[in-house]
Ligand binder design. Sequence first.
Ligand code: PEP
Length: 262
Amino acid sequence: MNISINNPIIAGNWKLHKTIPEALDLVKDIKKAASEVEKAELIVIPPFTALAPVRDVLEDSKIHVGAQNVYWEEKGAYTGEVSPSMLMDAGCRFVVIGHSERRQYFGETNETVNRKIKSALPHGLAAIMCIGETQEERESEKTTEKINRQLEEGLEGLTAGDLENVIIAYEPIWAIGTGLTATPEQAEEVHAFIREFLVQNYGNDIASCAIILYGGSVKPANTYDLLAQKNINGALVGGASLDAESFIQIAKQGLKAYEEKK
Ligand code: PEP
């Protein structure tokens, strides 16, 4: 994976938004402003239809392109699905796998997440695996149990080498699209738990370089405090990534937090 943990990673998940002309307007604005946040690693994650046009705009830039989903089969009678090599062909090098909306509305499970990661990696796609607890699970103190199971089952059978191409995104479900954000302390507690899981299962070298993003109503005003936490390496941003100005402001706040962490 062509990005490093030494800089904040800011990924914008556009979800089911943006026609091709709208996507082009947005990505051109992001590209223009990206010179203000040169050290940040930016990933834009448009809907499938806009992937190739967005990639064309970004060809001469260091902004990365990702997809929101992938299927594990390479080709065949799987109407409506998109394969890893199709994503590579469209210019993606990242793919979000197991977003809570996919789990909630489209029946994805830890098992399908695992199959998708295993099919994406050999093609050169880095996986952004999303995990997180519901409000109810948090209130009944089941957060770490849930996270642990999602990590164990989602990463089942992957080697330490594979883990170099897996980003973990911790996204408490109660914070996604709700305007509620985990406090920096709540988020850091889970991020530290994830890092420790990686130490125990893949060793120190892999764990210390692993990228762990926070997601859940990230906006310019809360980015600094979140990314100032030791184990938070960046943000997976939904709503606030649909506006170039706020996406770039998030990257600026991320850089500021990283300056303090050094
Ligand atoms: C997301 O799309 O993963 C997300 C965290 O959305 P939002 O920032 O809108 O809560």
